[in-house]
Design a protein around this ligand. Structure first.
Ligand SMILES: Cc1ncc(COP(=O)(O)O)c(C=O)c1O
Length: 392
């Protein structure tokens, strides 16, 4: 829906009428292209597994999965059974789905019933898989992450052999996960992890060449060809965010998610008057305040109080005062024309005119990582989808 702007002073720019108070508008063509680009960086024969856990890092799991598959991914990975079920229920029955997280006995049975691959690292797990009727397993060596997996390569080998001899169980893969792939200055830890995993995986591969070896997340995929093995498991990069926390454009990644709201109200704020809880913003001269209906209940974190910009009418405006559960306030300036910004679209992550706010910028302000910014967006934020501007 578009309405011609009433304000002659700002020329012929059009004002788009907001449809939702808080909206994540996801460009599926960007996810597709990010996957296609990643695929060109893979060594011969390596498969791309698109990681769509946590609702596709906040982008929507099913839509992201479909876009990733269209872009060349052939596997999907999630963290738990519920996420695997969402994919299967949506009709994604063909691609292999790897459940990477820990599973309770009940969840294990459910995952296998969904024809998902599961991760194991001791012989009891293998027996549990056999007892549940069998299924495909990936043995995890903990080469240094210090989370799931066995640290002992000999135990990992025993688990792999147990999987190959247990009735109904198939050893589909062997894997590890890097702790410092995104830290280029990690004192050699990444290289050491890679070397110890490669040494062990080679012994498995010699005996069982059909087993899929996989280790790399987005950072490892981009950083080191040798880490790609038979398959890479990429999450952050497929959504167009930079695994190293830098500008995604530098690595030709296209951010897929735009976060929008709109200016629901504009009010004059006289010198000495305040906006928001705790009076954390007090005007030091007459100004205008725009009220945007998005807040920490939508995942726009309270740490952004007095600590973010919002794009309105092609310009950066500072978020002033405290982020509330349902709204934020931005300073629009003293100019009387500010009142005309009522109803204008507001971009919290994305591009408007020549200005751009990335998830990486927001992450820096919050002293966190880009992953957390999009994952934090709550279900109250309506997800909408388009392909390069064409609504779906
Ligand atoms: C085991 C595992 N593999 C792969 C990934 C994908 O990582 P990234 O989003 O950095 O590509 C994750 C994400 O946390 C993970 O836990």
């Amino acid at each position: 829906m578009r309405a011609q702007e009433q304000d002659g002073g700002r020329g012929a720019r059009e004002q788009e009428t907001a449809v939702y108070r808080a909206q994540a508008n996801v460009n599926l063509a960007a996810i597709e292209r990010n996957c296609a680009r990643l695929s060109t960086q893979l060594r011969d024969g390596a498969a791309l597994c698109a990681v769509v856990k946590a609702d596709g890092y906040g982008h929507g799991a099913v839509a992201s999965a479909r876009a990733a598959l269209a872009g060349g991914a052939s596997w999907l990975a999630v963290a738990d059974t519920r996420e695997a079920r969402e994919l299967r229920d949506a009709g994604l029955r063909e691609p292999r789905v790897l459940v990477m997280g820990a599973l309770t006995p009940v969840e294990l049975e459910q995952a296998l019933a969904l024809d998902a691959d599961v991760v194991v690292w001791n012989e009891a797990f293998v027996r549990a898989v056999a007892a549940a009727g069998g299924g495909r397993v990936h043995v995890k060596l903990d080469s240094g992450m210090g989370r799931l997996g066995t640290r002992d390569p000999q135990e990992a080998t025993r688990v792999a052999q147990a999987a190959q001899s247990a009735p109904g169980v198939e050893l589909a893969g062997v894997m590890t996960h890097f702790a410092t792939a995104d830290e280029l200055d990690d004192g050699g830890f990444f290289a050491a992890q890679l070397a110890s995993f490669a040494r062990w995986a080679r012994t498995i591969k010699q005996r069982s060449p059909e087993v899929i070896v996989h280790a790399a997340n987005s950072a490892a995929t981009m950083r080191e060809h040798e880490a790609q093995f038979d398959m890479v498991r990429c999450g952050i990069a497929i959504y167009g965010m930079d695994p190293f926390g830098k500008d995604p454009a530098a690595r030709a990644l296209e951010p897929a998610l735009e976060l929008r709201s709109y200016v629901a109200e504009v009010k004059l704020c006289r010198s000495g008057e305040s906006a928001g809880y705790g009076r954390q913003f007090v005007a030091d001269g007459d100004t205008h305040i725009g009220v945007l209906p998005i807040g920490y209940g939508d995942g726009w974190r309270r740490g952004l109080s007095n600590n973010a910009d919002v794009l309105i009418a092609g310009r950066r405006h500072p978020l002033v005062g405290t982020v509330s559960m349902d709204s934020i306030t931005v300073e629009l300036g003293a100019d009387a024309d500010a009142a005309k910004l009522r109803g204008e679209r507001a971009i919290l992550i994305g591009i408007q005119g020549s200005e751009r706010i990335t998830a990486e910028e927001i992450a820096r302000r919050l002293d966190t990582i880009n992953y957390e910014i999009t994952c934090a967006l709550t279900p109250r934020v309506i997800r909408t989808y388009h392909r390069d501007g064409a609504a779906l």
